[in-house]
Design a protein around this ligand. Structure first.
Ligand code: NAP
Length: 315
């Protein structure tokens, strides 16, 4: 379907092979490479029919309204809290995402954080590298076996995390908008109550206004001085100031974070703590998964401009 008169505004690049395919299908404008993005946008705004975005690139009402011929936003991620869905719906603009294909890698990352925290893997690695081993043994860790993990958001990724942690002989409980009748794991409508009964609180819910700061000072207090917080969901889910405060005052035992309130900013206080593991939003970042995600973005664009049903439609 080569039609280079159609312009795609790319806010975040796909991997090189998928970018090459995109360029065979469309005229591609890489806004992130433009010295003056505002000026570039003014020049091409009437030509843009599609946007390729990801979690780090806001697609707000202002941008949507500035593009009179926009037809589709193809998100290179499963979460779409960076997109103003209402503004898209009002204009009949389609929005697609990349669900399922990143579930396993993201769940693996959550489990990696849980194990790294419990067994102090990053600290222990540093202990060897700086030559401390010759002067004594490394302090003991904590076993996840037999402990309770409270999962916030038992969707695709939450379930994949639960499945893995059951294999570690952990007890799974969960919180979400509604109980899943088909699952036997205990459901907590009250998040604070679940936190109080959990040794680990793992966040796997969607971002956006509904979940903004649902992890607040009270929930962290309930998690308690032996409890760990793991967040692979979105930074907006956690009140980051309350989290730093809880860690500084040892009101929780530690945190494993892949996502932050103002990425790529990470609070300096967190960087000084041994009981915190910090990742740069890499939960789905494997070559295999990012390749498939890129292919889904292309397939959705191709389907849309061929008049076929979208592969993974959000709205
Ligand atoms: P999903 O299947 O749609 O699951 C979303 C879950 O969030 C559902 O279980 C839902 O609960 C829960 N939820 C929604 N609103 C809630 C609320 N107000 N309170 C509590 N729970 C709420 O999506 P998914 O594929 O598992 O992905 C989940 C999220 O993970 C994505 O939206 C994205 O933000 C994040 N993610 C992050 C990375 C990363 O790189 N760190 C990678 C992939 C995904 P119900 O089941 O009760 O509706």
């Amino acid at each position: 379907m080569p039609n280079n008169s159609r312009t795609v505004l790319v806010l975040h690049p796909l991997l090189a092979p998928e970018m090459a395919k995109l360029e065979m299908m469309f005229r591609v404008v890489r806004l992130y490479n433009e010295a003056d993005p505002e000026k570039a946008l003014q020049t091409i705004k009437n030509d843009v029919v599609a946007i390729v975005s990801n979690f780090a690139t806001p697609v707000r009402r202002g941008l949507i309204e500035a593009l009179p011929n926009l037809e589709i936003v193809a998100q290179y991620a499963v979460g779409y809290d960076n997109i103003d869905l209402e503004a898209a719906k009002e204009r009949g603009i389609a929005v697609t995402n990349t669900p399922d294909v990143l579930t396993d890698d993201t769940a693996d990352t959550a489990v990696s954080l849980l194990l790294a925290l419990s067994r102090r893997i990053c600290e222990a690695d540093m202990f060897v590298r700086v030559g401390k081993w010759s002067s004594g043994s490394f302090p003991l860790g904590t076993t996840p076996k037999g402990k309770t993990v409270g999962i916030v958001g038992l969707g695709r990724i939450g379930r994949a995390i639960a499945k893995r942690l059951v294999a570690f002989d952990m007890r799974v409980v969960y919180h979400g908008r509604k109980q899943k009748a088909e699952l036997a794991w205990p459901f907590y409508k009250d998040l604070e109550k679940m936190a109080a009964e959990s040794d680990y609180l793992v966040l796997a819910c969607s971002g956006g206004p509904e979940t903004h700061h649902i992890i607040n000072a009270k929930v962290l207090e309930a998690l308690g001085p032996k409890g760990y917080l793991i967040n692979i969901a979105r930074g907006s889910v956690v009140d980051e100031d309350a989290l730093v405060d809880a860690l500084v005052h040892k009101r929780i035992a530690g945190a494993g974070l892949d996502v932050y309130a103002r990425e790529p900013h990470v609070p300096d206080a967190l960087k000084t703590m041994d009981n915190v593991v910090l990742l740069p939003h890499i939960a789905s970042a494997t070559l295999e998964t990012r390749t498939i995600m890129g292919e889904i973005v292309l397939a959705n664009l191709e389907a849309h401009f061929s008049g076929k049903a979208l592969i993974t439609r959000v709205v």
